[in-house]
Design a protein around this ligand. Sequence first.
Ligand code: NAI
Length: 656
Amino acid sequence: MASLVGCELRDGIAIVTIDAPPVNALGQGVRAELLARVREIDGNPDIRAAVLCCAGRTFVAGADINELGKPPLSPVLPEVLDAIEGARIPWVAAVHGTALGGGLELALACTARIADGKAKFGLPEVTLGMIPGAGGTVRLPRLIPMCDAVDMVTGGKPVTASTALAIGLVDRLSETDLLSAAISYAELAGQPKPASLLDRPCRDAAEMDWQGKAKAIQAKARGAEAPMEALDALKDSAQLPAREALKQERQRFLRLAASDQAAALRYAFFSERNAGRSLTSIDSAPADLQRIGVVGGGTMGAGIATALLLSGSEVRLLERDTSAAETARARVDDMLGASVARGAISREDADQAIDRFTASPDETALASCGLVIEAVFEDMDVKRDVFSRLDAIMPAEAVLATNTSYLDVNRLAETTVDPARVLGLHFFAPAHLMKLLEIVRGRDTGRRALSTGAALAKRLKKTAVVSGVCHGFIGNRIMAAYRRDCEFMLLEGASPAQIDAAMRNFGFAMGIFEVQDMSGLDIAWAQRKNTESTRDPSEPYCRIADKLCEIGRLGRKTKRGWYDYSDGGQKIDPQVIRVIEEERTKAGVTAHSFSDEQIMKRILGVMQREGQALLSEGVAESASDIDVVMLTGYGFPRHRGGPMYLFGQQIECAFL
Ligand code: NAI
C-alpha cells in the first residue's frame, strides 16, 4: 500500500508530506504514519528541522468524515500533536489550500507556520455540533488575540491568509515557492527551538467581554449548543494551566461528539452531500452555460442574473420594455454593489460582472444562449406565452427552464415542440445568496435538460434537490400545508405572536407569520384565488389571511400585515385579533390554550405527513432530500436535523 506520509531528507531538513487524496483528511492511517515519522525523525541526530506539507490541492482539510461520530481510533490526534510539539527539533507547517479543524490544530502544534497567499484557516467544528478536540481552544488563543480566537472557534468561519498574517496565526506568507520558503524558515526557526505555545498565557484574555460575547452568541445560536460550549472552552483556556485546559477541552469534545445535536448536524452534512445524487448518473452533456438568458428582471430574475454573473457567465435579460429593462439592470447593479459592500467580491469583480450583462426587450438577443431561465409573473397564461415564444426563437439544443413557485411545469412544457428540453429551476430569494435549488423534473424532461440543471447548480455552488411536479414542489408544498395548519390553530385559540414565538424557541429565525409579513401576503392570496375554482368545498378553509389582504394588510410593505409595523417596530395589532375572533365565531370553534410544545408538535406533524405524501407520490427522491430543502430553503434549525430526521428518530417534538 502506498505510504500516506512520505519523508525526504534535504541537507538535514526533513520534508514530511501527507499524501491522502482528496483532502488529506486526518484518518487513522495518516495519524499512525505521521506519528511514526515524527518519532523516526526525532531519533535521527542528523536532522535539524522538519517541514510539514501536503500533496495535492490542499493542506489537511479536517478530520476523516467516515470517523465522525464513532469511537476514537488510536493514535488519537492529541497524541500526534504532543509528539510534534514536544519534538527535539522545530517543525514548520507549510500551508496551501485550507487548514481546517484538525488540520489547523496540526499546524498550531508546529513551531511556525508559513502559508500560500490563497490559503484559508478555520475551526468549523461548531457547524457539526462540536468544539475542536485537539488543542484548538488552547493553542489558538495563545498564538492570536483571544477576541479573534473567540470569533474563529465560536463562529466556525475560516479566515484568509492575509487575516491570518495580521492576527499572528501565520508567521509569513509566501507568494512564490511555498516549500522553499518553509525550508529556509525551518533553518532559522530552530536555533534554539522556541518555547511551546503551551508555556505562554492566552493573549489579551483580560480584554475579553465574556458576558457580552455570550449574549451575542446565544442570540445567534438559536438553541444550538456548540457555540456556547466553544466559548466556555476558551474561557477555561484563559483561566486554567494550558495542559489542564487541554484535558478539559478533550472531555468537552468527546461529550459533544456524542450529543443529539452533533448527530443531527452530521446527518444534515451527509444529507447535503447526498442531495441530488440521481443527477450524477445522467450521461448526457449539459448545454453550454457560458451565455445564459433570463426572462423577467423582477426580484427573482435580477437575483438569478446576479448569481449567474457571479459564476462568470454572460447574461442576456429580456424584459417587457426598455424602461423595465433599465429597472432590471439597476436591480442587478444594486445587488452586485451590495456584494461589494459586504466584502463578498471586489469592485473589479462587480465591474467585470456588469460588463457581461445586457437587458433589453429584444427577444432575438436570447437566441445564442445555451439555457434560458424564465422568471416572469406567476401566471400560467403569461408563462405559457413566454414558453411558446422561446420555443420559436431558441435553437433545438437550448434548454428552457421556469422558476415558477407553484405552477405545473408539464403545462408549460406542452407549449413547446420538444418538451424534453423543459425543466423547472426553482431558486430561492435572494437567488444569488440562497444555497438551495429545486430542480423540477417534468413528465417529459429529458436527460440533457437535467444534466444542464445539475451543471448549473455546480457552477453556482448551490445544493440541488430533485423534485417531481406537484403544486409547490417539495418546499412550498410543505410550507403551504403547515401555514394552513397554523391558521387553523389561530381559529382554535393560538395567536400569531404565540405561534411565531414557539417556532423561534424551536430554532427558526422567524415564525411563519413574520415570514409572511416579510415576503408579502399578496402572493399566496393570488395563488389561493387562482385555485379557488378547483378547491374541494368539503375541505376546511380558513379565511383569516384573505380577510387581512382584503383590508389592505399585505405585510411589511404596507406597514401592516399579521403585525403592525407603523412605528418601525413589530407590534401585535388588535385589528388582527378582532378578525381572528370574528372568523372563529363564524366557524363555531371554541378557543383553547396552546403550549409551545403543542404548537410545534402540530407543525412538525404536518411537515412529516406532507413529507411522507411527497415520498409516496414519488415527488421527492428521499426523506433526506426533504430535510435538505427545509434546512437550506426554509430556515428549519439545522441542529434539529430536519422534520423527516426527527420523524425517523421518533422525536415528535424536540421540546420533549
Ligand atoms: P416580480 O413581479 O418581481 O417580477 C416579474 C418580472 O417579470 C417583472 O419585472 C415583469 O416586468 C417581468 N415580465 C412579466 N411578463 C414578462 C414578459 N412577458 N416578458 C418579459 N418580462 C416579463 O416577480 P418575482 O417575485 O421576481 O417572481 C418571478 C417568478 O419567480 C414567479 O414565477 C414567482 O412565483 C417565482 N418565485 C418567486 C420567489 C420570490 O420570493 N419572489 C421565490 C421563488 C420563485
